[in-house]
Design a protein around this ligand. Structure first.
Ligand SMILES: [Zn+2]
Ligand SMILES: [Zn+2]
Length: 135
């Protein structure tokens, strides 16, 4: 499948990063790779196609930003109630102690404070490859 150049670069760099991180066979066989920021990857990828199908390990839905070839434009949003949201990155429930969630208003993608804090300090992290801060 042909990709626009920007997306092709993103995929290539993410895939290369994934390969580098997982190129530790003994360690790998003991512990399947789990990305930082409590990202829940439960499967291991066997090919680049596998990896792309999961879009860097992030699930996406038809019509959302990633599906349209964009990134999520996330904005810091006060947490007015806390029982409805979970983090689309680490799958954790967003608790009232978080105070904020970071949300993409275009497609209802939410990230918890913890994941954002990690991503901001690690600008090359996988999370920042699929998001950008619009605030
Ligand atoms: Zn989005
Ligand atoms: Zn999270």
């Amino acid at each position: 499948m042909p990709y626009r150049p920007f997306l092709a670069t993103m995929i290539q760099s993410a895939w290369r990063g994934y390969r580098v991180r997982t190129d530790q066979e003994m360690w790998d066989s003991l512990y399947p790779y789990t990305a930082p920021a409590y990202r829940n990857i439960l499967t291991r990828y066997r090919s680049r196609e596998d990896f792309e199908r999961n879009y860097f390990g992030v699930e996406y839905e038809l019509g959302d930003c990633l599906h349209r070839g964009l990134r999520h434009g996330v904005i810091r949003t006060p947490l007015e109630r806390f029982d409805d949201f979970y983090c689309d990155w680490c799958a954790k429930d967003i608790e009232h102690t978080d105070q904020y969630r970071w949300t993409c208003e275009d497609c209802d993608f939410d990230i918890c404070c913890e994941c954002v804090a990690f991503a901001v300090q690690n600008e090359t992290s996988d999370l920042w490859r699929v998001c950008y801060d619009t605030t």
